[in-house]
Design a protein around this ligand. Structure first.
Ligand SMILES: *Cc1c(COP(=O)(O)O)cnc(C)c1O
Length: 788
């Protein structure tokens, strides 16, 4: 790439658009000028690659979420020009660092959306033909602030200063029809630049717009109001990301969003197919394979049938057959309440034709099962349990499995559970459809970019940079763990990252933390199953122990939390308030505040995660065994050299397999133990028999901690000891794992004093993180599911 040309172009843009030199431009002005220049510079090649790859078999990732984060630094890194641009700008007196102010594109809630972003980047890097399709939400995941320790949500108008990486392609718009409204889906294309820029894929995000162009002259006052209403109603469809990553919101609008982007994407694929292959759609599945990221885009199955039957005049049978070959489905959850279901009435009302087709799919499936029941291959009961439509409810996962070639879980233990539990009926029906694809993360963003110091160290010791596209090379560094100078150098890098994080937290939050303390970090969406409540309650336990003199020699620790709670999720918001109150309690206690600091960082997002994972000593992965499908945060920490303090859940199991149990801190019940005690579990017995646990829980209700009169803390107390109308007492087994967690926390704390041995464990974790590259994951999908 011609860097001088890019800089010159950025200078011109900045002058013309904003009347400024790059050196006195605001962050967003510099960002727009520079990003647009780069996008234009790669534009020709991007287009050529697209035209070529469209001619061959290609995979498409349908996802309601893409949690991209900030693109500029990553794109420069992947183009191999990060340092050069940085230096050139320095010569021009431009502070490249101000680009840290650029807001994240947060078009996703958490892990599922971030996975989608890692996948398309890895596919581009690995030369796997994969494009993404999703929704261009006007407002991404809300921005979080704290007021008096409570979460406050602010709208995330992420593109208000422009969106220089997107290319509006109005000419590729398509019409999407509902019973009560028609809207135009306008695509915005984002280039996904593979490492070294050899390959560029496309993330196509759809924006909903009204069908009728505004012509203000044509409207009298009354029509004008109507037209405004119509416009708003259309734009509503892509206005907000639902800030909810695991329970069904139940709103019509959410359903409209799913259909909107599924339909638009399929219409786009059919148009491309006709252009590149044939007017006859029979061969559609030969050239297209679509991965459904959870059930959110599953409405694409009946929609493809509708397009093939109604518009392309294929028979229902061939259309269904094409679906079964085209789609593959990724399951992301084992929690019953999170399995997506829709009311049939709603579908009938909004999409009557789609309803008919779903009914036909359902009937077809029932017919197929009849023979199996007759021949005693399956039971009648199993046949009933697997219905696509049952009691006026559409079971999205059932339709997804029936309409797909493959179903996959996202970590080995998760796949085992869906086969033996959640989806066991379907496993009996279609054993060969089931696969495991353990999640991964891209090492470009999650090491090369976020930890340049560690990257240089790795490259220097390996003698090359091959690990950037072949992460298992890290294993070659493991023998060096015997060298004291290597471990010391590695340890010094961690210390640099800890200082950087302390500086950042001080600037951002106004909170001072001690870089010499242990950084013990839990960052992820706030949810009961992730057990942030267990974390904070055991901190209270240790607080009490330090105060009463039972816990001497406690190594000073900073407990860092980062998490957003869905705005309607009351209990999660009470947990945030509780963590902040415990932080205050400790700050005001001179005896303990020299040992413990609790910090809740605000507005946790991808860019914050990049700083936190690089600086962590301890990675908290403490979900109830059997609840976290995989987790990917755990992998980011491991890659940056932290030990995992966690349960045997999700990918933690594989992390420990790779890096050794002796180099991590595993505690708590296993999946089998939980299921064997579940019937007899009595948290109140633990409360009554362990006075120290009782003392901690009582702090929630005895006035020690103030919840601002919301009664939120009492509600948390009751959730553990009494349960609620919708769940039994302590349904995530906090008290059951409590003492095991406390003991392990104290063990890791004391191990940290032998700093050298501790850092060695961290180092060995890093060396064994190769498996968790999304490059590996995506290659497995390509080979075993997509056949591309
Ligand atoms: C990686 C990531 C997640 C997922 O974290 P888990 O610990 O796997 O739940 C969520 N949010 C952001 C911003 C991330 O970067």
């Amino acid at each position: 790439m011609d860097i001088n040309k890019v800089i010159k172009s950025a200078q011109d843009k900045c002058k013309i658009e904003y009347g400024k030199e790059l050196s006195n431009a605001l962050a967003w002005q510099l960002h727009n000028s520079l990003s647009e220049s780069i996008r234009e510079e790669i534009g020709g090649k991007w287009q050529e690659l697209k035209i070529m790859s469209d001619k061959n078999r290609k995979a498409y990732y349908f996802s309601a979420e893409f949690l991209i984060g900030r693109s500029i630094q990553n794109n420069l890194l992947n183009l191999g020009i990060l340092d050069e641009i940085n230096n050139k700008l320095k010569d021009l007196n431009v502070d490249f660092g101000i680009l840290e102010e650029i807001e994240d594109a947060a078009l996703g809630n958490g892990g599922l959306g971030r996975l989608a972003a890692c996948f398309i980047e890895s596919a581009a890097t690995m030369d796997i033909p994969l494009d993404g399709y999703g929704i261009r939400y006007k407002f991404g995941l809300f921005k979080q602030e704290f007021q008096d320790g409570f979460q406050i949500e602010k709208a995330d108008d992420w593109s208000k200063y422009g969106d220089p990486w997107s290319l509006r392609k109005y000419e590729d718009s398509v019409l999407v029809k509902f019973s009560d409204q028609n809207v135009i889906a306008v695509p915005y294309d984002i280039p996904i630049i593979g490492y070294k820029g050899n390959n560029i894929s496309t993330l196509r995000l759809w924006q909903a717009e009204p069908v009728n162009e505004f012509d203000f002259n044509l409207f009298n006052d009354q029509n004008y109001d109507l037209a405004v209403k119509e416009k708003n109603k259309a734009e509503d469809i892509s206005r907000v990301l639902y800030p909810n990553d695991d329970t069904l919101d139940g709103k019509k609008l959410r359903f409209r969003q799913q259909y909107f982007f599924s339909s638009a994407s399929l219409q786009d694929l059919i148009r491309k197919f006709k252009r590149n292959h044939s007017e006859d759609l029979l061969d559609f599945a030969k050239y297209n394979v679509i991965q459904l990221n959870d059930t959110h885009p599953t409405i694409a199955i009946p929609e493809l049938i509708r397009l093939l039957v109604d518009e392309e005049k294929l028979s229902f049978e061939s259309a269904l057959d094409i679906c079964k070959k085209t789609f593959a489905y990724t399951n992301h959850t084992i929690m019953q309440e999170a399995l997506e279901k829709w009311d049939i009435g709603l579908i009938k009302e909004l999409l009557p034709r789609i309803y008919e087709i779903i009914k036909q799919i359902h009937n077809n499936f029932e017919e197929e099962k009849k023979d199996l029941v007759k021949n005693k291959i399956i039971s009648k009961a199993l046949s009933n349990r697997t219905k696509i439509i049952n009691k006026n409810t559409l079971h999205m996962a059932h339709m997804a499995i029936y309409g797909s070639s493959y179903v996959n879980g996202v970590a080995q233990i998760h796949t085992d559970i869906i086969k033996s539990d959640v989806l066991k009926d379907f496993y009996q029906l279609y054993p060969s459809k089931f696969q495991n694809k353990t999640n991964g993360i891209t090492q470009r963003r999650w090491l090369a970019l976020c930890n340049r110091e560690l990257s240089s160290f790795i490259s220097n010791n390996l003698g090359n940079e091959n690990w950037i596209t072949n992460l298992s090379d890290l294993k070659k560094l493991e023998p060096l763990s015997k060298s004291t100078s290597i471990i010391e150098e590695f340890s010094n890098i961690k210390q640099i990252k800890k200082h950087q994080l302390a500086d950042y937290i001080f600037r951002k939050e106004g909170i001072a933390i001690d870089p010499q303390s242990i950084y013990d970090i839990q960052i992820k969406r706030l949810h009961e199953y992730k057990r942030q409540l267990l974390n904070i309650l055991t901190i209270l336990y240790m607080y009490n122990e330090i105060k009463s003199g039972n816990l001497n020699n406690f190594y000073k620790t900073t407990f860092i939390f980062g998490a957003k709670a869905a705005p309607g999720y009351k209990r999660a918001k009470s947990i945030i308030k509780l963590i902040n109150e415990v932080g205050n309690l400790i700050d005001n206690d001179p005896l303990v505040s020299s040992k413990i600091k609790v910090v809740f960082v605000s507005n946790y997002n991808v860019s914050y995660a990049e700083k936190l994972v690089a600086a962590a000593d301890i990675s908290e992965q403490i979900s109830t065994a059997g609840t976290e499908a995989s987790g990917t945060g755990n992998m980011k920490f491991m890659l940056n050299g932290a030990v995992t303090l966690g349960t045997l859940d999700g990918a933690n199991v594989e992390i420990v397999q790779e890096a050794g149990r002796e180099n991590n801190y595993i505690f708590g019940s296993t999946v089998d133990e939980i299921s064997s005690i579940s019937k007899s579990y009595s948290p109140i017995d633990i409360y009554k028999s362990n006075p120290k646990v009782k003392a901690v829980l009582d702090m929630l209700i005895d006035g020690t901690l103030k919840d601002g009169k919301t009664k939120g803390f009492k509600e948390l107390y009751d959730s553990i000891l009494k349960g609620a109308s919708w769940h039994t007492a302590d349904h995530y087994y906090l008290l059951h794992d409590f003492m095991s967690y406390v003991e392990t926390r104290i063990k890791v704390n004391s191990d940290f004093s032998s700093k050298y041995e501790f850092r060695k464990k961290c180092y060995i974790n890093m060396c064994n993180a190769g498996k968790f590259s999304s490059d590996r994951t995506i290659q497995d999908y390509a080979k075993e599911i997509w056949h591309v």
